[in-house]
Write a protein that binds this ligand. Structure first.
Ligand SMILES: *[C@@H]1O[C@H](CO)[C@@H](O)[C@H](O)[C@H]1NC(C)=O
Ligand SMILES: *[C@@H]1O[C@H](CO)[C@@H](O)[C@H](O)[C@H]1NC(C)=O
Ligand SMILES: *[C@@H]1O[C@H](CO)[C@@H](O)[C@H](O)[C@H]1NC(C)=O
Ligand SMILES: *[C@@H]1O[C@H](CO)[C@@H](O)[C@H](O)[C@H]1NC(C)=O
Ligand SMILES: *[C@@H]1O[C@H](CO)[C@@H](O)[C@H](O)[C@H]1NC(C)=O
Length: 472
């Protein structure tokens, strides 16, 4: 990991020049340079004393980070578009191929084989391959898995196999800790590469469910920060309660106000990781909700959102509770700033019918802009053959991202209150607005994904008169 303050970098250069003179004095200088290189280095595991804010301004990450958007496109879906990205399956194979010392996985549940789902579908082979390779790696290097405590009825074969192969597994009892679930899905490899996105450790997430994520290679600064979120889950796997406050080594310097500055695909970028629920956020960490609200607030011309579920309620809480933080922000920016709002929502057999009246209500927000900038919505339906219909909980758009004229936000949460109040999730927020670059930005790539899906034959406008029973 390369943490340098500008002055220490200069000191290092300076010392290199002087060393060429090879005198006793230069050796002294070199010693001083090394000292100055070491002393101002701010370890990421340090807490955030208030005087660090200024220091942090001079700090940037020198890793040659490479980011790749990755997708699972369900079997049979075809787009008339040149917008394509490597598969999540391929990304996971690459990451396992790169792994030399450690692999940490935060996960909701594990069903990577046909056996787990009581199916005989040939497209399970990708998930089965991933499980096999993970089991091989578990014998060779440190593989740690944090998983939501499985219910009695959930299959345990994957975890048992990995445990027997040498992986370290901790179950996080979210039900007891927050009455939620651990819904996060990310990987940290060799404390250097990361994956984050919507795909579960489920064979269907590779071939039968539409998913989106990002892999960042060679990026230890970012991996160290995601590693802290992993360590929190790891800690909660053995702790009976949530620390408050969290020990200072869990805190971060990087958040919506002081993002991490690093090159992504040679483009200077501001990046941070947000996390939910708020009780899991150590000092310095922006909560998922705050990151979403601030990204919306920062938008000037458009906000495109692709999520499976969108509900201004607590979906799983009884008695019922209204929860409109995100909905209110969207209405506000659509009304006050005339920002163009588009929502691409998923429609499948398990869609809560309650979602549609709320969406129609959001769509009725009008503003003074003569160009119709009312929030528009479309429903994305993944069609299924007879055989595909037999696969339980598949054939759905499970993406969870947002793209504005400035920001790419890639998350792991459904958009209803529960996911921001008591469920564990996380998101990668990328800001490349300030940069001039020839390479396509993540924001422009994510926008292209949204437009491809929005304009595809799989999406249907939701109007005030739509009867959703007709097409879900
Ligand atoms: C692709 O374009 C063809 C011809 O315009 C059209 O018939 C078809 O429905 C399109 N397919 C998709 C998936 O959009
Ligand atoms: C993993 O295996 C050990 C024995 O090697 C056992 O004690 C432990 O309960 C297992 N853990 C899980 C999560 O299956
Ligand atoms: C990561 O860095 C290594 C060493 O510099 C390089 O060989 C490799 O190609 C890089 N990986 C990616 C995906 O850019
Ligand atoms: C902080 O320190 C504790 C105790 O040594 C350790 O269990 C935990 O994993 C550390 N947290 C991080 C983020 O490294
Ligand atoms: C993105 O970066 C620009 C330029 O540095 C800044 O003005 C803006 O506030 C940032 N947006 C967010 C949501 O962080």
């Amino acid at each position: 990991m390369e943490w340098r303050r500008k002055d220490s970098r200069e000191a290092q250069l300076y010392s290199r020049c002087v060393i060429a003179l090879t005198t006793v004095a230069t050796m002294l200088l070199a010693a001083m340079a090394i000292y100055s290189l070491l002393s101002p280095r701010v370890s990421v595991s340090q807490s955030v004393p208030s005087n660090c804010r200024l220091l942090q301004k001079d700090m940037s990450c020198l890793d040659p980070c490479k980011i790749v958007l990755v997708e699972s496109i369900p079997e049979g879906l075809q787009f008339n578009s040149s917008t394509t990205h490597p598969s999540i399956f391929q990304a996971w194979l690459n990451l396992m191929g790169e792994a030399r010392s450690s692999l940490d996985i935060a996960s909701f549940y594990w069903t990577l084989t046909n056996e787990d789902t009581g199916t005989h579908d040939p497209t399970a082979y990708q998930g089965e391959t991933v499980l096999k390779k993970l089991a091989e790696l578990s014998g060779k290097l440190s593989v740690r898995i944090a998983v939501n405590t499985p219910e009695e009825s959930q299959p345990k074969y994957n975890l048992r196999l990995l445990n027997d192969s040498g992986a370290d597994i901790r179950t996080v009892n979210m039900q007891k800790l927050t009455s939620g679930v651990l819904h996060t899905k990310f990987w940290v490899v060799d404390k250097k590469h990361i994956y984050i996105g919507s795909a579960n450790m489920d064979w269907r997430s590779l071939t039968q469910v539409k998913e989106l994520g990002a892999v960042v290679y060679n990026c230890s600064c970012l991996a160290a920060d995601l590693g802290k979120i992993f360590e929190a889950y790891w800690f909660l796997g053995v702790s009976q309660s949530i620390p408050s406050p969290w020990p200072s080594n869990f805190s971060t310097l990087f958040n919506k106000d002081t993002p991490l500055q690093l090159p992504l695909n040679n483009t200077p970028s501001d990046v941070y990781l947000s996390s939910s629920p708020p009780s899991f956020c150590a000092a310095g960490r922006t909560s998922d909700l705050q990151s979403i609200l601030s990204v919306m607030d920062d938008a000037q011309s458009f906000i495109y959102i692709a999520v499976m579920n969108y509900l201004p309620t607590m979906e799983f809480l009884h008695p019922k509770r209204y929860w409109a933080d995100i909905d209110t922000q969207l209405r506000r920016v659509a009304y006050e700033k005339q920002v163009k709002v588009r929502l691409l929502i998923s429609c499948w057999a398990n869609t809560p019918p309650l979602m549609f009246p709320f969406l129609k209500s959001l769509a009725s927000v009008k503003n003074n802009n003569p160009a119709n900038t009312s929030p528009l919505q479309r429903l994305f339906v993944v069609p299924a053959s007879h055989q595909q219909k037999e696969i339980p909980f598949a054939r759905v758009n499970h993406n969870k991202y947002m793209v504005t004229d400035k920001i790419a936000y890639i998350g792991t949460s459904n958009w209803s209150g529960d996911y921001f109040v008591n469920t564990a999730g996380s998101a990668l927020v990328i800001n490349q607005t300030a940069s001039q670059t020839l390479e396509p930005t993540v924001q422009s790539q994510l926008k292209a994904v949204f437009e491809r899906d929005w304009n595809s034959e799989y999406s249907t406008p939701l109007t005030q008169h739509s009867h959703t029973r007709d097409f879900c």
